[in-house]
Design a protein around this ligand. Structure first.
Ligand SMILES: Cc1cc2nc3c(=O)[nH]c(=O)nc-3n(C[C@H](O)[C@H](O)[C@H](O)COP(=O)(O)O)c2cc1C
Length: 464
């Protein structure tokens, strides 16, 4: 079987993810694995069509394409995203049609499901047969159990392909319901007081729906708000995944391009952030992905904490499962507040005007009152994963995070909560007695809600 491996890690042959593929290739010497270091050679692949076409020729000659990539900021690295964009823009998509597709990722399991969903949707868009995914922890291959799992996954994958198994797509093809949005009469302007508002976009967007949505949004704020086009910044490259930032939050690009100063002087200083972009394949553009990846120099410190965020998106957001999920994931764990997302999907400019005006009004109000919506599982779960990782196995690598987590009370492990531990210990002893167990069972419902009822009663009394 001919297999093309599209390796997403910017670390090339030093990629942890690639070792999973290498391990499988050792178990199956009868198959040919053609590995391309997409993440590492992205500049050449973008500039040199011959190099890009060599990869495409391998795809054309293959039975199976393996998307092997680390998870970067809930998705794939910006380099890989750029390569995927080129597959479509260069008219090469047809070369993938009918090929089997499999995804292998390594990560610390923070929204790796979104990266898989994204690559699965891309595989569907390329009309491939998605035969499975192996999304695993960075250290999975080091255990005997993990090695067995690797070989079980590969055995099934190859058996299915040899049996010419059919797999259906899970994503509906994107429906193009594009129409022109034109802004109507101006609305009342909103005063944000001393709050700083920053609008970020990835392109100029002159004379486009998004350009007009941005104009209306900017006009809605009484004060002049700053608008920055990410494409105007001098950016030397995508995040290299080198983790040199782990000790002190200093990026290897520092002083070499605009990104770090921009992040510190503009993004960190803003109270309100409006992010604007067009849908590109199944996410936003690779320029936006680069923004999020390069922001990783702050590692697992919630740099967007307390910021109010609004999103202006042109394109079929409601058909983008990974895009919605990742934007929620990126913001929620950090304690930022996505107030709303406005898209141009609806064919009614008055409605879009109203949605933008409402976004501006609400975002200003939330900023004034400091309201942040409580984190759901997405944010709470994410924070716990980082807390455990930084406290434990990656403390040495992410020393700057560890210092921040220690001094900001991030280590809120349940086993530090002496009251809960003592209470549980006492109650476990008490309920060992069957009679007591019966009595406690009867009281449980009422006792659990007692403190809440007290608060509610007091609130009513205070209002009177
Ligand atoms: C910039 C950057 C962003 C990352 N983002 C995530 C993430 O969102 N979720 C996650 O679980 N792991 C994340 N990781 C961890 C990597 O996915 C993990 O270390 C992976 O095993 C690296 O694989 P590689 O050696 O093949 O590049 C991130 C690492 C880097 C450098």
């Amino acid at each position: 079987m001919n297999i093309t491996v599209l390796s997403g890690s910017p670390k090339g042959k030093h990629s942890v993810t690639l070792q999973s593929v290498n391990y499988i290739s050792k178990l199956y010497p009868e198959h040919t694995f053609d590995v391309f270091h997409i993440g590492q050679t992205i500049k050449t692949l973008m500039e040199d069509d011959e190099a890009f076409n060599t990869v495409m020729a391998s795809v054309e000659a293959s039975d199976l394409i393996i998307w092997a990539t680390p998870v970067y900021v809930t998705l794939v690295p910006a380099q890989y995203k750029r390569f995927i964009e080129k597959i479509f823009s260069s008219g090469s998509a047809h070369l993938f049609k009918g090929k089997y597709s499999a995804v292998i990722t390594t990560s610390i399991s923070f929204f790796d499901n979104c990266a898989v969903d994204y690559l699965r949707a891309i595989s569907d868009d390329l009309k491939m047969l998605f035969a499975g995914s192996y999304a695993t922890d960075s250290y999975d291959l080091l255990s005997e159990e993990g090695q067995t799992r690797h070989s079980q996954f590969a055995a099934q994958l190859f058996e299915d392909i040899e049996a010419k198994a059919l797999f259906g797509s899970r994503t509906l093809p994107l429906t193009d319901s594009w129409h022109v949005y034109n802004s109507g009469p101006d609305s009342a302007m909103v005063d944000t007081g001393s709050k700083k508002v920053l609008l970020l976009k990835d392109e100029t967007y002159n004379d486009t729906n998004l350009g007009r949505m941005i104009e209306r949004c900017v006009a809605g704020f009484k004060a002049d708000i700053e608008v920055i086009n990410l494409s105007d910044l001098t950016i030397k490259g995508d995040c290299l995944g080198c983790i040199q930032c782990g000790f002190d939050h200093h990026c290897v690009y520092e002083g070499q391009d605009d990104f770090i100063d921009f992040a510190k002087e503009k993004v960190a200083e803003a109270d309100i952030l409006i992010l604007a972009g067009e849908v590109r394949d199944r996410w936003l553009s690779s320029t936006w992905k680069q923004f999020f990846d390069r922001s990783f120099y702050q590692n697992h410190v919630p740099a967007l904490k307390d910021k109010q965020i609004g999103l202006l998106i042109s394109g079929p957001l409601t058909q983008m499962t990974a895009l919605k999920a990742t934007l929620d994931a990126i913001t929620e764990w950090q304690g930022a507040h996505v107030v709303d997302t406005v898209t141009d999907e609806v064919e009614d400019s008055t409605f879009i005007d109203s949605r933008i005006d409402t976004l501006v009004r609400r975002i200003a109000s939330f900023a004034e009152h400091g309201y942040i919506r409580p984190a759901t599982f997405v944010g709470v779960g994410g924070r716990k994963i980082f807390r455990d990782d930084v406290w434990g196995r990656h403390r040495f690598v992410f020393q700057a995070d560890h210092a921040h987590y220690e001094s900001n009370g991030f280590y809120d492990f349940p086993h530090d909560d002496a009251f809960s531990l003592k209470m549980s210990e006492d109650m476990i002893k008490l309920t060992a007695d069957p009679e007591m167990r019966k009595a406690v069972r009867k009281m449980l419902k009422k006792e659990m809600v007692k403190p809440h009822i007290k608060v509610v009663e007091k609130a009513g009394a205070e209002e009177v």
